[in-house]
Design a binder for this molecule. Structure first.
Ligand code: ADP
Ligand code: ASP
Ligand code: MG
Length: 404
């Protein structure tokens, strides 16, 4: 007997026919195994819930999370009802019934605990547990959501807690590609990828896996497979770096339009000023990513440019404006029409020239670089959003990543 966790995303459960298709995939896996199926809401449902929240301008976090997570109740119940007609012993479970215990951060709650014994108890009477993704319960007894795309994290957290033999993430593409296949038709599927590379790809925009799910899988050394719920192709395995025989110099190109740029000009060029600005933002839980500081022409004042998530741009602006008297800057400008383009690869650690090729390729396409950030295995640049397509496609070609 194997313990298998299978997660199906919104496009895989978008309508009744697709849920029937999931039911047959599940049926084929039973064979005496015990299965945990994690589902998202039907594609588009969570967006619809977000629109309702926006329509009433609700800032009640507790209510908002209850609204946002509602779509998953429908899909788990539908799948379970279909499986029961096939005489399969299944049961639908919401986050609080498992329970999936989270911290108190509504909208981006972190899973704190999942009790293996409780899951085993459910398995005494059932062969298939169908669990709502993206939701949990906090210590106050209220429903929390894990952040958009969070069902992947539910699946990985459960697989880790029960020490599953397999954790398969079914989606609308048949694996992880070396660029978003919907943007770059010539993108190639990657058969195996290290956790570290996948982590960079997800956090730099490849939404095929929720970043936190990759973090958790890496921490627990849990191999993941990303595969299609439509085709029967083998998917991409996300594995421990030590098991990777060949390390690509560049294994993928990602982009993200989820960040905005802030430029503060004319700040006094003295020790402690960056600590003050970024301290204020950190105190307010605002994540700063890329940072560029330069001295202005007068040699007295400096300018600082940095990026923050789009969702946090308004709070960041407000904090900086409220602290004008402390920071003493001349002007504050924001730009939401920027895009972050990244190249990622484990082999970058040992080879030079990757950055040079990136900058040269962008220059050849007359694309200006607004900010740069690097780590051992990635280089990111900030550019004008209108050049996203051309930047991703030309870099994809420059590093010979295209399918022949
Ligand atoms: P699900 O609803 O199954 O969770 P998502 O929409 O969250 O699916 O993730 C799948 C999508 O991720 C794909 O349709 C694809 O457009 C996008 N994507 C972005 N980058 C990549 C990549 N490098 N490889 C595969 N898919 C990617
Ligand atoms: N339904 C949620 C969302 O759309 C969670 C998920 O799909 O992973 O964000
Ligand atoms: Mg997803």
């Amino acid at each position: 007997m194997s313990l298998i966790v299978m997660k199906f995303g919104g496009t895989s459960v978008a309508n009744i026919n697709k849920i029937r298709n999931v039911a047959s995939i599940v049926e084929n896996e039973i064979n005496g195994n015990k299965l945990v199926i994690v589902l998202s809401a039907m594609a588009g449902e969570t967006n619809k819930m977000q629109q309702y929240i926006d329509e009433i301008s609700s800032d009640s976090k507790l209510e908002n999370d209850l609204i946002l997570t509602s779509g998953e109740s429908v899909t788990i119940a539908l799948l379970s009802a279909i499986l029961k007609k096939k005489k399969i012993r299944s049961i639908p479970l919401l986050g609080w019934q498992v329970p999936i215990i989270t911290d108190e951060n509504y909208q981006k709650a972190k899973i704190l605990n999942i009790d293996k014994e409780r899951i085993n108890d459910f398995f005494k009477q059932h062969d298939v547990l169908i669990i709502a993704g993206f939701q949990g319960i906090n210590s106050l007894g209220f429903v929390t959501s894990l952040g958009r795309g969070g069902s992947d994290t539910t699946a990985v957290a459960i697989a880790s807690a029960i020490e599953a033999d397999r954790c398969d993430i079914y989606t609308d593409v048949d694996g992880v590609y070396n660029a978003d296949p919907n943007l770059v038709p010539k993108a190639k599927k990657i058969p195996k990828l290290a956790f570290e590379e996948m982590l960079e790809m997800s956090s730099l925009g490849a939404k095929v896996l929720h970043t936190r799910s990759v973090e958790l899988a890496m921490k627990n050394n849990l191999t993941l497979q990303v595969l299609s719920s439509i085709t029967k192709n083998k998917g991409t395995f996300i594995i421990d770096e030590k098991k990777l025989i060949e390390k690509e110099m560049v294994s993928g190109v990602s982009y993200s339009n989820n960040e905005s740029k802030i430029t503060i000009s004319g700040i006094p060029d003295k020790p402690g000023i960056s600590a003050q600005i970024f301290g204020l933002l950190a105190d307010n839980n605002i994540n700063v990513d890329m940072i560029v500081q330069n001295i202005s022409q007068d040699g007295v004042n400096a300018n600082i440019t940095f990026t923050v998530p789009n969702l946090e741009i308004n709070s960041a602006k407000e904090i900086l404006k409220n602290n004008l008297s402390k920071i003493k800057y001349n002007s504050l400008k924001t730009d939401e029409n920027v895009s972050k383009i990244s190249v990622i690869g484990m082999g970058m650690m040992s080879q030079s020239g990757v950055a040079q090729k990136m900058f040269r390729t962008l220059a050849n396409n007359s694309i200006n670089i607004l900010a740069i950030s690097t780590s051992e295995i990635k280089i990111s640049v900030l550019i004008d959003q209108k050049f996203t397509n051309i930047a991703v496609k030309s870099l994809h070609e420059a590093y010979n990543l295209t399918e022949n």
